[in-house]
Design a protein around this ligand. Sequence first.
Ligand code: MOS
Length: 734
Amino acid sequence: MEFLNTIDKKVKEGRVEGVDKVTGKGKFAAEYTVENVCYAVLVGANIPAGKITSFNLDQAKQVSGVLDILTHLHRPEVPGFATEELIKSSRFGLPIFHTDQVYFKGQPIALVIADTLEDATYSASLVEVQYAATPFRVDFDAARETVGLTEAGKERGAMAAWANAPHTVEEEYNIKSQVHNPMEMHATIAQWTANDRLVLHDKNQGVNNVQNVFANLLKIPKENIEVFSEFVGGGFGSGLRVWPHALAAILGAKQVNRPVKLMLTRPQMFAGTGYRPASWQKIKIGADASGKFQGIFHQAKNATSLYENFNDGITRVTRLIYDFENLKAEAAIVPLNLSAPTWMRGPGDCTGDFAIESAIDELSYKLGIDPVELRLKNLAIATNPETKLPWSTNFLNECVMQGAERINWSERKSQPGQLVDGDWSTGYGMAVGAWNAGRGNASAAIKMERDGTITVQTAMTDIGTGTGTGMVNIAHDTTGIPKEKIKIELGHSSLPPAPSQGGSNGLSSVSGAVVAVSLALKLKLAEFAASQNEIYKTAKEEEILLSENGLSFQKNNQHFISYADIWSKNGLTMVEVEASSGPGTERQKYSFCSSAAHFCKLKVNTKTGKVKLERMICIADGGKIVNDQAAANQMSGAAVGGIGMTLMEEQQIDTRLGGLIADDLAGYHFAVNADAPIIEVGFIGKPDPNINPTGAKGLGEVGIIGTAPAIANAIYNAIGKRFRDLPITPDKIL
Ligand code: MOS
């Protein structure tokens, strides 16, 4: 296996979108120029709960250039909001401008539209609202006490079988709410064109999803909705939903009969595009004297909103990683006067894994068994413990062993607080994580020109993971066409449909489609070539080779026919093929997971509470790695997210007034380069023979699932203090 430090090698092959992104040529949603565009600014509610009793818009309307102001009393109809049933079935979440009800502070209640952004912003500041306020609750810790737990998935075995296990750990874990904060702000440019057609430039993680959501809400054919999301400045899950502001822009454009651009401000992002909900967990784990787990009881609660339920699936991961007989899981959601949370960075599993992997570390000290050995003893390496299906492939044990070797685990002291140098104590920690490896139906097309240049197309967005670059590799490997002649087009709803990019599903879904369409291209060219050479009549995909200038049969350029020849003889301008690929019966025979082991070495300053990460190692099994550099970048980025989650990220909430505190990048701290060492990423790299034609199982989530407990466990090893609540800020360490 080769280690892929991001600084040392493979910088030769850049990202296909890299130059456009760093030179600013690639456009984010708000950067498109649309003729005759006007600007819209949202006004948020000033109270966390109650009713709007009246608006006074007189002053706001006097600002020059103001075109209109939308409220629930004045806006175009939304057919999908016509009845409560329709609202519910739309799964849109907040029915914006639909009701006088206020569910959270910052809830969009008016939209000012003006010729310029400045006029709209000023006018928005003059909107006056009267409310009838009602009591609210935003304090998760207080509210969760009032909500009872119910079963989360089927119980395995029985609690009674292990309740008196010789070694147990029973503890509670709390994680504060965290916010995605992608670099690019969410924004929508909405434009109605002739015949009720809608064009959207929108920041999201799936253009087909946006298309479907609005087709349903507006009751227009989805073919009438065109969505562009070609370059996306990060998502982390925030673009998997369609948020109220996008509908606001669409309604605004309808109202003023002009294209409308709506950009959220950073504070509006905190209350408008989801977040990882605050959570509470309780774990009881029991083991026999040899360290074999006898049972786990996992309870979890997460915050949600009052208008939409969100269950983060926190106990799901407990069913995935280890082999043990007795499992009981319970969960609850806790409605608060906050905006709706959503999936964020390894959602649910990342939260649940922190508690499980912290408890196992604690158990290792009680048992006197090394944490690495304890993991290896209990990993479910052969079969999925829940479905009992064999894993198609699972190399988590190898990830653990290679990570331990890489970090020199043998230098770790089995008792905490042994490696002390002045004010600094050094510790080692590790944890593992896994994620159900999914795959969706995806389509791709290839357009080939006379000079042999091909353009591979799919509607999938690339949110920064390098999907396009991976697609070049796959198209090159499958066809033989040199990479310089392969172009990629992504993120547009008119391209062949694909799933949203999220849940580590992107490449595992689209890679199959790229293989399928590459093979289809070979056959199509052979069809044309058959009129010149009989041998191509019956040639199979694997016998046809494409090169820079033409196709040949088998190897050594046999029966070479140039593209130029084919184009001339057949009077072609362009050759176009399209193909689809998706999961099949393999999912009845096998379970699929990606996994990773995380190791860290850090120093804790016992005078200042500062935690300094010295090394972070992440060894992952993601099946075949289609592009080393993009895959390693994704993993190291995820691990940096994990550092933020562990040491600094926390959405503070004002329990007196019901609003968010410090909802900007000055007040909400996440990890920057100075907080992170070079993340050392390694891959097992063995293709999964069953998941899809490339063997790539998908990455992303496993880069963060396990990072937080690895760090928290290392802090314990350094100073002997066990932290079960995140974030672990310096004040808590002291
Ligand atoms: Mo994600 S939470 O896989 O966008």
